[in-house]
Design a protein around this ligand. Structure first.
Ligand code: IVH
Length: 691
């Protein structure tokens, strides 16, 4: 391992101490919770997350003195999303403990039995389970007051959630008024209903098709799109997405309810949707049968399930069993392994990345898997193909992880054609230049290192203009067309486009307005900080984190360029691999020509530290929060300007906030600022302050 990363496979004598590992796991889990719950963009597959979580639980169990109240194991869920009113749940919204193993399920059953035997004489300790499908969506709580839908809250952190009532009211299968029912002559009208909001696969495909047609990035899966839709501030947009909800829990303020099965019946009578395929199981054997059946059904459903939920039926027994920290003892989720599909591998093609890295990609007989039709999947690299031993013509397994990109995971030996041959990595790049591929020592990837390779240029431009880099409007359409038409042979050419605007204006698909937007976003690049520019250039292994570290440390491109390998590796987080790549980059004449043109285009190649920026620090000590749309500049540009003058921009309004800058449609931060008497500036006010 050349980089200064933590070696998780360290030998016995250098085993990390449990305290360190616990800290590391907590940090990772918190990061993933934020990605999952707050940003609705999971970074890893559920399975990987569950493994990290289980490891933390085990370590804390073995070292109880290291348990802290802020550990993810002591919490209920993720953080509430910003932009909506946050309201406390009447009863905390817990999640379930989950397992992938049948042994653990038997164990769960034993604990239920033993738990009930402690409380009841044996004949009363008999119990049943209700088994349901585990819908893969977003948990929701609905409160009905006098039969009217009064409040819809997301789970949030389990204690309080976001008020998404207006969005939920657009769901066609959720009644605004429940049917009138009486129990013992008292209406069942003040209730809380919990369930899962989800999107049908067919609806997900419809929306992604629209995205695809307009050349936009696709949504990863129905769950992410559901979470993202619930966060939309405009209910009309929510309505267009045809979300659904299924209910699986009922609480009444006025009645004691006796069993889960009865509750599901009551939910139906109230007019609320309950799940398909619910079963009452007399013992754990019947639960296993339900699991098997559900696994078989999974592929034929028009919605995603990621397992089944097993609940003790009697409400009294549920109360007797109670809870452990974040989950009930009376219920458990059995999760399915990542969904797999089988299909034919028609061909293996090579895809060229921005650094010239070659990824073999499987071209497949189209097959439907977990919410979308798959016709391509990654094969990572030549070693991976060898390891899983796949050949063109094979029937292969494909899987989806937490990401939108599926991968090939193996083949069916019995279905291998007799005449198939082992895959050989081609010697030449698939682009028109057909330059030889090289495989650097110690690397798994092959590379095309021809600087004029068109595929590579396209990927570099794609990266350069991407949101986290220079954020230039135009996307795939811009990259593909302008490269194919010969206007872009390197990222530096982007800054010469304006000179050719008369010519470009005549091109199909590029009108005056779209070019105005394009040129204005190209102009905005000049306001972006050095670290972003460094990242955008796309030096091999230099990601956004490393770019920030390098910009902070070296301050100028000149200093970075003249740094030796030793000086580079002295910087924390910069290992041999990154250092060598930087040195190669700066030694490459062609790259340097591009770099010089980017410098001449007035991009920031210096870190604007307070001392060096020369700007008077008129905003030192002031904290700003930006909300709503600004007209004359992008939020990022406003942020840069504030920071240049010594101010700080944060995301949440608090008593310490000096100014809230409110653009159009400001949202809940505005209300909070009013409440806390934080000074509110409109756009003109901000400009005056900046000037
Ligand atoms: S019962 C206290 N039933 O899975 C019991 N949950 O971690 C609460 N889910 O938070 C949950 N389908 O978002 C239950 N049939 C079902 C479910 C279900 C999906 C979700 C729910 C819950 C998570 C478990």
């Amino acid at each position: 391992m050349t980089d200064k990363t933590i070696d998780l496979f360290a030998s016995e004598d250098s085993l990390p101490d449990p305290g360190e590992r616990i800290e590391e796991l907590r940090t990772m889990i918190q990061k993933h919770d934020k990605a999952y719950y707050t940003n609705a963009q999971p970074l890893i597959a559920d399975r990987e997350y569950d493994k990290l979580f289980a490891e933390l639980v085990e370590l804390e169990k073995a070292n109880p003195d290291l348990i802290r109240s802020d550990s993810p194991t002591q919490k209920v869920g993720g953080a509430p999303i910003k932009g909506f009113r946050t309201i406390q749940h009447k009863i905390p919204m817990l999640s379930l403990s989950n397992t992938y193993s049948r042994e653990e399920l038997t164990d769960f059953d034993r604990k239920v039995r033993e738990g009930l035997l402690k409380s009841y004489a044996s004949e009363k300790a008999a119990y049943k389970y209700v088994t349901e499908l585990k819908y893969d969506g977003v948990a929701m709580s609905l409160r009905y007051k006098n039969g009217q839908l009064d409040l819809a809250l997301t789970r949030g952190d389990g204690t309080s959630g976001d008020d998404v009532t207006q969005n939920i009211k657009t769901l066609k299968n959720i009644p605004n008024t429940v049917n009138k029912i009486e129990l013992m002559a008292v209406p069942l009208a003040n209730i809380e209903v919990r369930g899962e909001v989800y999107m049908d696969d067919s609806e997900f495909l419809r929306i992604n098709k629209l995205k695809e047609d307009s050349g936009e990035k696709l949504y990863a899966n129905p769950r992410n799109l559901t979470a993202g839709t619930l966060k939309l501030l405009d209910p009309k947009q929510v309505e267009k997405r045809r979300l659904k909800m299924v209910s699986y829990w009922l609480h009444s303020d006025d009645h004691d309810l006796s069993s889960h099965q009865e509750n599901l019946e009551l939910l139906k009578k109230l007019g609320l949707p309950v799940g398909e395929h619910i079963s009452l199981c007399a013992d754990i054997e019947e639960v296993f049968q339900f699991i098997d059946k559900s696994g078989d059904r999974r592929g034929g459903l028009d919605f995603g399930i990621d397992g089944v939920v097993i609940k003790v039926d009697s409400t009294e027994q549920q109360q007797e069993l109670g809870f452990v920290s974040r989950s009930p003892r009376w219920a458990i989720a059995y999760k399915f392994e990542a969904e797999q599909a089988r299909t034919k591998l028609n061909n293996i093609i090579l895809q060229v990345g921005r650094t010239g890295a070659i990824t073999p990609v499987a071209e497949l007989e189209p097959v439907f898997l977990a919410g979308s039709t798959i016709s391509r999947a990654t094969l990572h690299n030549a070693d991976y193909i060898k390891e899983i031993d796949v050949r063109i013509g094979d029937t292969v397994y494909i899987e989806k992880g937490g990401d939108v990109i599926p991968k090939v995971t193996g083949h069916v030996p019995e279905e291998r054609p007799a005449d198939s041959v082992e895959f050989q990595m081609p010697e030449f790049c698939p682009c028109e230049l057909k330059s030889p591929l090289i495989r650097p020592e110690g690397e798994a990837n092959h590379y095309c290192d021809h600087p004029e390779c068109k595929s590579q240029i396209k990927r570099r431009i794609e990266h350069f203009i991407s949101r986290n880099a220079m954020n230039i409007a135009g996307g795939v359409k811009f990259t593909e067309q302008f490269t194919d038409w010969g206007y872009l042979n390197s990222v530096a050419d982007i800054f010469d486009l304006k000179k050719k605007s008369h010519e470009i204006m005549k091109l199909e698909g590029w009108g005056k307005r779209s070019l105005e937007v394009l040129f204005s976003s190209i102009e905005d690049c000049k306001t972006l900080p050095f670290a972003k520019v460094l990242y955008a250039i796309g030096i091999r292994f230099v990601g956004s984190g490393a770019s920030k570290v390098l910009a902070n440390h070296f301050k100028t491109i000149e200093a970075l360029k003249s740094a030796t390998k030793e000086q580079l590796t002295e910087v924390s987080d910069i290992g041999d691999k990154i250092a060598e790549s930087l040195i190669n980059f700066f030694a490459d004449e062609k790259e340097m020509k591009i770099l010089d043109r980017l410098i001449a285009a007035e991009l920031n190649f210096e870190q604007a530290t307070p001392e060096e920026s020369g700007e008077e620090q008129t905003l030192a000590g002031k904290t700003f929060v930006l909300t709503g749309e600004l007209q004359s500049m992008k939020r990022n540009a406003a942020k840069d300007k504030i920071e240049k003058l010594g101010g700080k921009v944060t995301s949440a309004v608090s008593k310490k906030t000096s100014y809230l800058v409110a653009g159009n449609n400001p949202g809940s931060k505005y209300d909070k600022a009013l409440k806390l008497a934080v000074e509110i500036l409109d756009e003109e006010g901000l400009i005056a302050l900046l000037e």
